[in-house]
Design a protein around this ligand. Structure first.
Ligand code: FES
Length: 149
């Protein structure tokens, strides 16, 4: 398996390491856990939760393993327990729906779900994860003023 399609859309800016998403810390390569019969799983790395989903391909077949943050960006619901529907995960807490191909929220524009690239290393799937960076309000406002977020 090769690297999964691009993650959520974002603008690359000078100073950000290639492939790193806004608001993300350094990357780490983490082996995926064994998945359940539905092709789903969850893991924690450096104190941050991640969710693993397997999307079935269209009529042509094929499957795609997708890794996202495990905590819902709305109010922190456990996305690994969400329902998969039409290529999206539905959070079990307030039913916000996140497109797993892009991370975009179909319910509210102001939130989106971070996706993490999946790569095969030594015959085993790994995720290239990065923990979200918590910024102060001053940092958020300065970044917004620069047009970065
Ligand atoms: S916590 Fe996920 S939709 Fe509210």
């Amino acid at each position: 398996m090769s690297e999964s399609p691009a993650g959520p859309p974002f603008r690359d800016r000078p100073g950000r390491p290639p492939g790193q998403q806004p608001g993300s810390g350094p990357e780490a390569l983490v082996a995926l856990p064994d998945l359940d019969a539905r092709g789903r799983g969850a893991f924690v790395h450096e104190g941050h939760a991640y969710a693993v989903f397997t999307l079935e391909g269209d009529a042509g077949g094929g499957r795609e393993v997708v890794v996202t943050d495990g905590v819902c960006p709305h109010k922190g619901g456990p996305l690994a327990e969400g329902v998969l529907r039409d290529g999206a995960v539905v959070c079990p807490w307030h039913w916000y729906t996140f497109d797993l191909a892009t991370g975009a929220c179909r319910t509210a524009d102001e939130v989106s779900l971070r996706r993490h690239p999946v790569v095969e290393v030594g015959g085993r799937l790994h995720a290239r994860v990065s923990a979200p960076v918590r910024r102060s309000w001053a940092e958020v406002l300065r970044a917004h003023a620069r047009g970065e977020d």
